[in-house]
Write a protein that binds this ligand. Structure first.
Ligand code: 6PG
Length: 241
């Protein structure tokens, strides 16, 4: 089941995403004692993460029970300006009272395949003996229709066994580590945060166009039993009725 929610401005989109994070955190902690969330990379989620660091929102979350992961990472050191870990660390993780051991970053400084393998082990151990099922996975979408680091025409689009994989991205001439469709679609909640008119045409193709995940990898996100939300600002949703 997919829900599309559109907000007038990027700030209102960020606020709505922050409210969703807080609501799902409270619900998950009440239900099973912790909240497992995978953060999206890129620039769109930054405003949402900064909101989480404000008193208004930070005080609503029992950070001791929150476990933070990443749905993808660039293969760079954690202090690199391109690191998704560094972006989140600076936006809110260094501010909120989350125990350091609850922050599970992908080791972008390691060899890509080793980083992917060890992250998959981290996930399996964290969720054991239950299946690896996140309470929330946050995702962005590129204007080429990629999501996480699942880019058009790459093997990751069809990976339905492994949970995490290393992916060389030709167009970026760089390695990434990414969640796979198998892991994303096992989540209880998946939320896309998409902002800006630059993505509007591609977003329409993804949501209402023909199913062609090799060209539009974001289409592989179809949670098996979980809830899918598309959180958009008006500019990104301009081509959706
Ligand atoms: C990354 C992200 C990637 C991102 C999209 C959108 O590591 O870059 O995981 O999938 O979400 O490229 O990026 P923007 O939010 O910067 O547009």
């Amino acid at each position: 089941m997919a829900i599309i929610q559109t907000y007038p401005t990027p700030d209102e989109l960020a606020r709505a995403a922050t409210e969703l994070f807080v609501a799902l955190a409270q619900e998950s902690i009440r239900d099973h004692g912790h909240f497992s969330v995978a953060l999206a990379g890129g620039s769109t989620p930054r405003a949402m993460y900064q909101n989480l660091a404000t008193i208004e929102f930070a005080q609503q979350v029992n950070w001791e029970r929150v476990h933070v992961f990443w749905s993808d990472e660039r293969c760079v050191p954690p202090d690199s300006e391109n690191s998704n870990y560094r972006m989140a660390q600076e936006a809110f993780l260094k501010v909120v009272a989350i125990p350091p051991e609850n922050i599970h970053r992908i080791h972008g400084e390691a060899k890509p395949h080793q980083a992917a393998q060890s992250y998959a082990e981290t996930l399996t151990q964290f969720f054991a003996p239950k299946p690896t099922r996140f309470d929330l996975i946050l995702l962005g979408m590129g204007d080429d229709g990629h999501t996480a680091s699942i880019f058009p025409g790459t093997p990751a689009v069809h990976e339905d066994e492994r949970l995490v994989m290393a992916q060389y991205v030709e167009k970026l001439a760089s390695w990434r580590v990414t969640f796979t469709p198998a892991l994303i679609n096992a989540a209880a909640n998946v939320a896309f945060l998409i902002s800006g008119e630059k993505k509007a045409y591609r977003l329409r193709q993804v949501i209402v166009g023909r199913y062609q995940p090799d060209e539009l990898p974001a289409q592989i996100v179809r949670p098996t039993v979980g809830k899918l939300r598309w959180l958009l600002d008006e500019a990104a949703g301009i081509h959706l009725s």
